[in-house]
Design a protein around this ligand. Structure first.
Ligand code: 13P
Ligand code: SF4
Length: 300
């Protein structure tokens, strides 16, 4: 065990802290985390924790969601600038304007969004429950923000009118149908797992469309020996670790989320040492945003 890892472990104990990490984090971060998961699992976990400090290895919207769901905890993001560009593709003013244009519509917001946007939302969703929420929400018209790809994917499962916003994830948008087709030709027996943030042309090629946690469950339960994975490459570490006899391939060139990859072990150590960078959410905004997240958790 390296000195940094030893120090992290000892500080964590001393400060009654817990380290949670998203499935896209570097292998060494996933390995020191107490819990690794997708956005939904991390949100649920945050709402249940008893620790005083949550060190969130992920991006800003995830740590903010944890703070909103666990307002009494100190939530730390080891790298202040680890944002999600998609979350910044819509702001509160833009959503307010959209609501004015569609007064009868209910708003379903992907958790990859900022707290101010969540505060104007009826129900939040993640990639794991978006289809279910869109199908079950009591409205014929739905404003879906910010991810147009996830929103369009949901539209496949409902007659309701979904009003899309022009946001996207640059990491998943970069996965091209031609490289995915090529991967399928090279590995014809390998099921293709696709994240719903991918474009509809890539989704059309999928054997299964799943959140990152859904992918991990699928590869564990499916009897194939090899799999093609169309999402950020970080997830392959856990896939290999949990399924040492199976093989995993990125669909085309490996895709990296620069912001997910900002967090290094040294940042986690500094975060614990200096209790930085603390996530603070305005109380009024947090209260409204929490209602839309609580609503999401009721749909489970
Ligand atoms: P998951 O909730 O499926 O882990 O996805 C989060 C994310 O940011 C995907 O880009
Ligand atoms: Fe945001 Fe895409 Fe990175 Fe996920 S992979 S955090 S959606 S930029």
């Amino acid at each position: 065990m390296s000195d940094v890892v030893k120090e992290i472990k000892s500080l964590k104990k001393k400060k009654n802290a817990i380290i949670v990490a998203h499935n896209y984090q570097y292998p060494e971060i996933q390995d020191i985390a107490d819990f690794v998961g997708d956005s939904l699992e991390l949100a649920k976990k945050a709402s249940e924790l008893k620790n005083d400090i949550i060190v969130f290895c992920g991006v800003i919207f995830m740590a903010e969601t944890a703070k909103i769901l666990a307002p009494d905890k100190k939530v730390l993001l080891p790298v202040k600038t680890a944002g999600c560009p998609m979350a910044d593709m819509i702001n509160a003013e833009q959503l307010a304007e959209l609501k004015k244009q569609h007064p009868k519509a209910k708003v379903v917001t992907y958790v990859n969004s900022n707290a101010e946007v969540k505060a104007l939302t009826d129900v939040c969703c993640t990639s794991a429950n978006a289809v279910k929420i869109v199908q079950n929400i009591d409205a014929d018209e739905i404003i879906f923000v910010p991810d147009k790809n996830l929103g369009a994917y949901c539209q496949r499962f409902t007659e309701k009118k979904i009003i899309l916003w022009d946001g996207h994830c640059y990491v998943h948008n970069r996965i091209s149908p031609s490289e995915v087709r090529e991967a399928k030709t090279q590995l014809p027996d390998a099921p293709l797992l696709v994240h719903p943030e991918c474009t509809s042309q890539v989704i059309d090629l999928a054997d299964a469309v799943l959140s990152t946690a859904g992918m991990l469950k699928y590869v564990k339960e499916h009897n194939a020996n090899r799999f093609i994975v169309a999402t950020e490459e970080g997830i392959i570490h856990r896939m290999k670790k949990e399924n040492p006899n199976k093989q995993f391939y990125s669909a085309g060139t490996a895709k990296f989320c620069v912001n997910m990859k900002k967090t290094k072990l040294s940042n986690v150590l500094e975060s614990l040492e200096n209790e930085q960078f603390e996530i603070v959410v305005d109380k009024e905004i947090a209260k409204k945003a929490k209602a839309s997240l609580d609503k999401m958790l009721e749909y489970l």
